[in-house]
Design a protein around this ligand. Structure first.
Ligand SMILES: [Zn+2]
Length: 342
């Protein structure tokens, strides 16, 4: 067993934060605390205290009207919704929003000293410039991408949440960022975006890859999807941003895929190896997760980054679905350019 140093952005406040629907708020909070317990037993982990971001930092990726709305509802004394019924607001939530978005900025500054930084409470990939959506009041990933591009970094995004990262695609569709999304897709499953034929435009032409897996796809389909990491290797980013959402686990409360913690471990191992080969820094997020398998999946991912195998669950397979994903991934290999000559 090896042990590579991993930075984890952590605040005790994280245990209390969830912007999810009231029905699943408790379970989404519990996974954060359970993950902290599990990861605290590992040596070679350092916990980094996040600095809150400022209102102006968030203006980089959001309209003033959205930020003012969140600030305003934050002063109310009851719980309500920021959208049509998914994303909650509660008294004092604006401070949590600043803490969560500041975590990304803290991760970026700490990445000067660390190869891998993980933010367990983060990866709010549904919020757009003007709207909160899907348990995401703001979009912390977009803030990170925007900040790194401003610094002149070359960035690739790997987003493997069960739900397509619509907020990221919308903002960076025409930007020179390689984007690989792996999620559950049938054309209508939330958020309904993620059409595999959308490959980017302008500076971002042929940089957008949506691996929409059939609902119920298992570990074998996910392994097929991960073959696309070869594109990241060819692209050679200086930073690799990974939304490692664990709501694709087979026991998740919002069940849509049939993955086990093995898939998340495999993702971590592959991302870790890849980053070492090309010399990229990794900033990763815990993403979504609403079930009993969430904490183990998160733990398996970070252990993977450190080259440690976790094989506690039985692999899930579905040959038909795997074949479908294989075909889709093969077609992406045929068209990939993203700034590279073919
Ligand atoms: Zn999700």
């Amino acid at each position: 067993m090896s042990g590579r140093l991993l930075g984890i952005v952590w605040s005790e406040r994280f245990r209390e934060i969830s912007f999810s629907h009231p029905m699943i708020r408790d379970v989404s909070k519990q996974r954060i605390s359970k993950f902290k317990e599990m990861v605290s037993k590992i040596e070679d982990v350092i916990f980094i205290s996040p600095e809150p971001s400022s209102y102006n930092d968030l203006l980089e990726v959001h309209e003033e009207s959205l930020l003012n709305k969140i600030k305003e509802v934050s002063s109310l004394d009851h719980i309500g919704f920021l959208d049509s019924g998914d994303t909650v607001h509660y008294p004092g939530m604006f401070d949590d929003v600043l803490l969560v978005s500041g975590s990304t900025l803290t991760a970026i500054s700490m990445s000067k000293f660390l190869e891998y930084v993980y933010i367990p409470l983060g990866g709010f990939h549904h919020a757009t410039r003007s709207k909160s959506m899907g348990f995401c009041p703001i979009n912390d990933v977009n803030l990170g991408l925007s900040r790194l591009l401003k610094r002149g970094e070359k960035v690739a995004l790997v987003d493997v949440d069960a739900h397509h990262g619509n907020g990221i695609e919308e903002m960076f569709y025409s930007r020179f960022v390689l984007k690989i999304n792996v999620f559950a897709y049938d054309g209508s499953f939330f958020p309904g975006t993620g059409d595999p034929s959308r490959r980017g435009e302008g500076e971002g032409s042929w940089c957008n890859y949506n691996v929409g897996m059939p609902l119920g796809a298992g570990d074998d389909s996910f392994e097929e999807a991960l073959r696309l990491l070869k594109l990241v290797e060819d692209f050679k980013p200086t930073y690799l941003i990974v939304v490692a959402g664990v709501d694709g686990h087979k026991d998740d409360g919002l069940r849509s895929l049939s993955l086990t913690s093995r898939s998340y471990n495999s993702l971590g191992i592959k991302i870790g190896n890849l980053a070492r080969r090309i010399g990229a820094k990794v900033i990763s997020y815990g993403g979504g997760g609403y079930g009993p398998g969430s904490a183990l999946s998160m733990f398996s991912f970070v252990q993977g980054l450190r080259e440690v195998k976790v094989e506690e669950e039985v692999k899930t397979e579905d040959e038909e679905k795997r074949k479908y994903v294989k075909k889709l991934v093969d077609s992406f290999f045929e068209s990939f350019t993203c700034g590279l000559k073919q």
